[in-house]
Design a protein around this ligand. Structure first.
Ligand code: ASP
Ligand code: MG
Length: 441
């Protein structure tokens, strides 16, 4: 097996909502996976949040509710297994889940006895989400794929520092371990390997987590360590669209986007995979692909480290409500503390800024009346197409309150909050026209 024939698949919580969802995700994966492959699994939807609540209750001494919450969670996982697995297989799974449940209960009682939730014990508790879900997913996959399935504990591979809650993994050690501790060996023998996202351990073996939403990062790390060809992030949507399709009818699926464009879009408010989360893969030239469990045959969105970007708008996103301020430019420069909540500078002179939160403004600043939306159109060489966007708005009688062309990727516009949706529709229509013109040239 050459390493570049290898894929890493990531199953996030959103595609693991319940037994039916787990089966659908596993079927999509089984049908499309040119194996061998490593499957990185998140906790089932909502489970990490529930574990957090349970841990906090335990720390307040609410032992009975905390324990009951854990037991419910455990029963829920057993029940999902029973719904999709043949009886004897479900029984085996249940035994393993109960083993994990015992450990979780012990930890919960410990937290309750001490009335103290440390970052370390919180991580140990949150890890049960992935430990439980990966058992269920592995058992379901075993029913669907022709080759042996092995479940490995990510904590034997992802060695991190001791920053509990936001632990930093060591790629060098991960590389060593995938070679020396059996993972690569399993893959070489054509086995399907399942492991947990989000979790790792210190060199002394203490469980850590990489931070919320960390499974994408885990998948990218494993891909980098294995020198994989591709990371497939399975979603409940087909990929990334030219605008949020729930708001903008006619939004189109984007086939390919660069990490830099994605970063701009994510910052602009698009709810997409954050490129930083898959940076270890991207920086090694490994493709990252978003695909849908509902339409596994559809090719989805490819995120590439870099691409030749045409001079055309690609996608748009927005944030609202926002608050707008005029400021003397030096005031902004000399108040670095104010930068954090500031989203954007939206005038050429730098004297108009947008914030996601109302600010306590310093001397010399003035707040604009009302609330606004910040709409960002992302695409290559915005100097070339921004004027067309503004003309299209003007034709519809929409005047942005402020705007700035911000090469290399963005046109930023501030509009009054009441009209953001109309503005978005007009901009998106123009965006599609420009995209198509660009393709047909
Ligand atoms: N289960 C973890 C969380 O909810 C990690 C992840 O889903 O990526 O944050
Ligand atoms: Mg998640």
């Amino acid at each position: 097996m050459s390493a570049d024939a290898l894929r890493v698949h990531k199953l996030g919580g959103s595609v693991l909502p319940d037994a039916g969802g787990i089966r659908k995700a596993a079927e999509a994966l089984a049908a499309s996976a040119e194996l061998p492959a490593l499957v990185v699994v998140s906790a089932c939807a909502g489970v990490t949040d529930r574990l957090l609540v349970i841990a906090e209750r335990a720390a307040r001494g609410e032992t009975t509710t905390a324990v009951a919450g854990l037991q419910q969670l455990l029963e829920w996982h057993c029940e999902q297994g029973r719904q999709v697995l043949p009886e004897p297989v479900a029984r085996g799974l249940e035994e393993r889940l109960r083993g994990l449940g015992q450990q979780a209960l012990q930890l919960c009682r410990g937290i309750a006895a001490l009335r103290e939730l440390t970052p370390r014990s919180r991580d140990a508790m949150l890890a049960f989400g992935e430990l439980l879900s990966s058992q269920v997913v592995a058992a379901v996959l075993e029913q669907l794929v022709p080759m042996p399935v092995v479940l490995v504990d990510a904590r034997h591979y992802v060695i991190t520092d001791a920053t509990f809650g936001a632990a930093r993994p060591q790629l060098e050690l991960l590389i060593q371990r995938v070679h020396s501790q059996g993972l690569l060996e399993h893959l070489r023998h054509g086995r399907l390997v399942v492991t947990q996202g989000f979790i790792g351990a210190t060199a002394e073996g203490r469980t850590t987590t990489l931070g919320r939403g960390g499974s994408d990062f885990s998948a990218a790390l494993f891909a980098a360590a294995l020198g994989a060809e591709e990371v497939v992030v399975w979603k409940d949507v087909p990929g990334l669209f030219t605008a949020d399709p729930l708001i903008v009818p006619g939004a189109q699926l984007i086939a390919e986007i660069s990490a830099a464009e994605m970063r701009e879009l994510a910052a602009a408010g698009a709810k997409v995979l954050h490129p930083d989360a898959v940076e270890p893969a991207l920086s090694q030239g490994i493709r990252v692909v978003l695909r849908s469990v509902t339409e596994p045959g559809r090719s989805g969105t490819r995120i590439v480290p870099a691409r030749e970007v045409p001079a055309a708008p690609l996608a748009l996103a927005w944030r609202q409500p926002c608050w707008v301020y005029s400021c003397p430019v030096p005031a902004l420069e000399s108040s670095p503390g104010l930068r954090t909540p500031l989203l954007s500078i939206v005038s050429r002179t730098g004297s108009v800024v947008v914030s996601e939160f109302p600010l306590e403004v310093p001397e010399g600043w003035s707040a604009w009346e009302g609330t606004y939306a910040l709409v960002t159109v992302v695409g290559g060489v915005p100097e070339r197409w921004s004027i067309l966007m503004l003309e299209a708005l003007a034709k519809e009688g929409i005047a942005p309150t402020s705007c700035v062309v911000d090469p290399p990727w963005a046109l930023r516009l501030v509009v009054r909050q009441e009209i953001w949706q109309r503005a978005v529709f007009v901009l998106h229509r123009m965006l599609l026209e420009q995209c198509f013109r660009c393709v047909s040239v």
